[in-house]
Design a protein around this ligand. Structure first.
Ligand SMILES: Cc1ncc(COP(=O)(O)O)c(C=O)c1O
Length: 401
């Protein structure tokens, strides 16, 4: 598949649609899906760990107990909102059922918050390296991006973040930060940075989206409270997701927001898809209430740790003298930096030819830097395939280093 932008269309399109570029990320992931390629490109949870039997058990239980009610339209499922509120409280967040808004995944939550907060031409702050889905929402709403500097090991810098919020004396409309096991860097905010970011948002009066699909995936170090736990001003809008901790196919996530915003969120979301699946909300609730979530997360984290270790060992062996990389305490990714003269987007075709795929750093960059870096996913390959994939990647890099 060629990596090109779509042909210009003569069809009368909206301003936003006219500027859409082909999704290079999707292209790269599709290229990596060929069977002969070992792909470190997608953000996929371990396919061999997806909880098939537990989902079957929950589905059977839901259909037996609720029958056709589970197949109907309906309001957000109260027991799921209750479970989420309890989970957030256990994480140190003041959260009642009235604060929980169910979405179809974290990506939809981002889009709904974009609709709530953004206008064309208005500034928005993102981490200098950020998840592509955050960038897409910001661009779709015409935001002008400001990049907040970050440290590859400890995340965004609070002082730089606050400067970005207030640049040119014009407060940003919104900021977005990924607190744990950042996509793409794997970095987690230190304990001190979390209250500092909440305080910076409060001083500037700027809503802060905390996009947190990964924090349960911790296999090392101590669990930390989210930024939302320090949100005295009520400006942090927390996003959670079941995608990475149960299954992406549930398409279920949530927003924790001030209760008086929820009626607006409901209307802003209605034009997207009306509501989340009654069936899948019940399945997720059953999964959590039966205790499957804890045991499944343990299984995932054990697998992810072994895979991270396999990737670190292979990188040390193959590229120890050439590259540096982050050492995450959880999540799905690590971030590799190559010598400055190497361009990982330019290297990609050769890597693919050699049977390995990754995502070039430039696709996550809000400030055009990091062309010599790449993101590697370690969760969705066995340690043996990881060793072989890194060997293939290293041979391409070493030829040019
Ligand atoms: C940081 C971040 N936010 C949001 C998402 C979207 O997640 P979901 O599947 O819940 O829509 C992802 C998925 O990779 C992600 O990495």
């Amino acid at each position: 598949m060629p990596l090109v932008n779509p042909q210009p269309l003569t069809f009368p399109l909206s301003e936003a649609a006219r500027h859409i570029q082909r999704s290079v990320m999707r292209d790269l992931i599709a290229l990596g899906a060929r069977p002969e390629v070992i792909s470190f490109a997608g953000g996929l949870p371990a396919a061999d760990c997806l909880p098939l039997d537990e989902i079957q058990t929950c589905l059977d239980a839901v259909l037996a107990a609720e029958g056709r009610r589970a197949l109907q339209y309906g309001p957000p499922y109260p027991p799921l909102r209750e479970w989420i509120a309890g989970y957030m409280r256990r994480r140190g967040v003041a959260c009642a059922v009235e604060n929980v808004f169910i979405t179809n995944g974290a990506q939809q939550a981002l889009e709904i918050l974009g609709r709530l907060l953004l206008d064309p031409g208005e500034p928005a702050v993102v981490e200098a390296l950020t998840f592509t889905g955050i960038g897409q929402v910001m661009h779709a709403h015409g935001a002008r991006l400001r990049a907040a500097a970050l440290d590859l090991e400890t995340g965004v810098d609070p002082a730089g973040f606050e400067r970005a919020l207030l640049e040119d004396g014009r407060p940003a409309r919104v900021a977005a930060v990924i607190p744990d096991f950042n996509n793409p860097t794997g970095a987690s905010l230190t304990p001190a940075k979390r209250p500092a970011l909440a305080a910076a948002a409060a001083r500037a009066g700027v809503p802060l989206i905390e996009d947190d699909p990964y924090s349960l995936l911790r296999y090392a170090g101590e669990t930390l409270p989210p930024i939302k736990a320090y949100d005295d001003a009520g400006l942090v809008l927390y996003i959670g997701s079941f995608s990475k901790v149960i299954a992406p196919a549930l398409r279920l996530g949530w927003i924790v927001a001030p209760a008086d915003l929820l009626p607006r969120l409901t209307v802003l979301r209605e034009s997207l898809d009306l509501e989340s699946s009654q069936l899948l909300q019940r399945v997720a609730t059953e999964f959590a209430q039966r205790g499957f979530l804890e045991s499944h997360v343990q299984t995932l984290n054990a697998a992810n740790l072994a895979r991270r270790d396999a990737m670190q060992a292979a990188l040390s062996r193959e590229l120890g003298a050439t590259a540096s990389w982050t050492v995450p305490d959880g999540g799905l990714f690590l971030w590799v930096t190559l010598p400055a003269h190497l361009d990982t987007a330019a290297l990609f075709p050769a890597a693919l030819e050699n049977g390995v795929a990754y995502i070039p750093g430039v696709h996550f960059s809000a400030d055009g830097r990091h062309a010599n870096a790449l993101r590697l996913n370690y969760s969705n390959n066995t340690p043996e395939r990881i060793a072989e994939g890194i060997r293939r990647l290293a041979s391409v890099i070493k030829e040019r280093a």
